[in-house]
Design a protein around this ligand. Structure first.
Ligand SMILES: NC(=O)c1ccc[n+]([C@@H]2O[C@H](COP(=O)([O-])OP(=O)(O)OC[C@H]3O[C@@H](n4cnc5c(N)ncnc54)[C@H](OP(=O)(O)O)[C@@H]3O)[C@@H](O)[C@H]2O)c1
Length: 282
C-alpha cells in the first residue's frame, strides 16, 4: 500500500471550483494523488461555484488545468473523471445548500461518509458558506469537515470574529486551517533538518550563525488575481502568513529549552518562537 493512502471514503466539495486556486493547485494535486494510487475506492469530487457551466465544461477546465502541470497518464485521468461532478449554486442561498445536500445524498448512496468542504473562495464568502453548511447539517453525527485557506481574517480582530463564527456551527476538531505554502518541500524540510542533521542542529543553537536570511522567490506573477491582491495586499498575503511561519520554523531550530512548554505541538512552539523573537528585539 502506498504511504499515506487514504482508505476512508470521502466526498470533497470544492467551493469556488471555478477559481484560480482550484485550477492552479487543487485539481493538479488531486491528479497527483490518483497517479500515486493514494485515493480510496469510493470518493467523490464535487466542484461548487456560482458560475453557470455544464458538467462537461467543468470537466474540460479540470483536465486543462491538470495538463498544464502534469504529463498525464490518460488511464489515471479518465478514472479520476469518473469521480468528478459540478454543482452550480450561490454561497449565500440556503436553498442551494439544501439542493447540494440532496445531491450528495444521492451521489453517495445515502452512506454517511466523510465530507470535506474546501473553501477555495475569497474570504468575503467564508461566513455565508459556513452558516449555510452549519444550518443544513444533518446532525452532530454528520462527519463534515471544513478546510479553510488562509488568510483567516485581515487582522487579529477579524480573525477572532471568524473563529467565533465558525465555532457556532462546527467543533474545533472538524476545522482545518490551511496554508498550502507550508506544504512546499523546501518548507517542510526545515523541521526535519533539526532532527536529521546533527551538525547543523548544533550550529543553529550556537554563536556561529550571524544572521539568517529568508528569500521569498516567486516566479508566478499576479496573473488573474489582481482583485485578490487589491483586497488583501501582498504584505498580508506573503508576510503575515507564509514568511512568519517560515521564520518561526527556522527560529525554533535555535531554541533548545522547549521542555518547559506545556503544549509541544508545532503551532504552540511556533507561537512561542515568534514571541521570543519579539522579546529579544525589545
Ligand atoms: N490563488 C492562489 O494562489 C492563492 C494563494 C493563497 C491563498 N489563496 C486563498 O484561496 C482562496 C481562493 O483563492 P482564488 O485565488 O482561487 O480566488 P478567486 O479565483 O478570486 O475566487 C475563487 C472563486 O470564488 C468566487 N468568487 C470570486 N469573488 C467572489 C466574491 N466576491 N464573492 C463570492 N465569491 C467570489 C468565484 O467563483 P464563482 O463566481 O463561480 O462562484 C471564483 O472563481 C482565497 O481564500 C485565497 O485567499 C489563494
Amino acid at each position: 500500500m502506498p504511504i499515506n493512502k487514504i482508505t476512508q471514503p470521502f466526498a470533497l466539495i470544492i467551493f469556488g471550483a471555478s477559481g484560480d486556486l482550484a485550477k492552479l493547485k487543487l485539481f493538479p494535486a488531486l491528479y497527483s494523488l490518483a497517479q500515486q494510487n493514494r485515493l480510496p475506492k469510493q470518493y467523490y469530487i464535487v466542484g461548487y461555484a456560482r458560475s453557470e457551466k455544464t458538467s462537461k465544461q467543468f470537466e474540460a477546465e479540470f483536465i486543462s488545468s491538470i495538463k498544464k502541470v502534469h504529463k498525464v497518464d490518460e488511464k489515471v485521468l479518465n478514472d479520476l473523471l469518473k469521480h468528478l461532478s459540478y454543482v452550480q449554486g450561490q454561497y449565500d442561498k440556503k436553498e442551494d445548500f439544501v439542493r447540494l445536500k440532496t445531491y450528495l445524498k444521492t451521489l453517495t448512496k445515502k452512506t454517511n461518509i466523510t465530507k470535506l468542504a474546501y473553501f477555495s473562495v475569497p474570504p468575503i464568502a467564508f461566513k455565508s458558506i459556513i452558516q449555510n453548511l452549519g444550518e443544513t447539517k444533518n446532525s452532530s453525527n454528520e462527519d463534515l469537515r471544513l478546510i479553510l485557506e488562509k488568510p483567516f481574517g485581515e487582522d487579529t480582530k477579524s480573525a477572532e470574529e471568524l473563529f467565533h463564527f465558525v465555532a457556532r456551527y462546527f467543533d474545533d476538531d472538524n476545522i482545518y486551517l490551511l496554508d498550502h505554502y507550508l506544504g512546499k518541500p523546501a518548507v517542510k524540510s526545515i523541521l526535519s533538518l533539526r532532527h536529521a542533521n546533527r551538525i547543523l542542529n548544533l550550529m543553529m543553537k550556537g554563536p556561529e550563525i550571524a544572521n539568517i536570511q529568508i528569500t521569498a522567490f516567486e516566479q508566478v506573477g499576479v496573473q488573474s488575481r489582481a482583485g485578490y491582491f487589491d483586497q488583501v495586499g501582498t504584505i498580508k498575503d506573503m508576510v503575515q502568513s507564509h514568511l512568519l511561519q517560515i521564520l518561526a520554523l527556522i527560529y525554533l531550530l535555535r531554541l533548545n529549552r522547549l521542555y518547559f512548554l506545556p503544549d509541544k505541538s508545532v503551532p504552540a512552539i511556533e507561537i512561542f518562537s515568534l514571541k521570543y523573537i519579539y522579546f529579544l528585539k525589545n
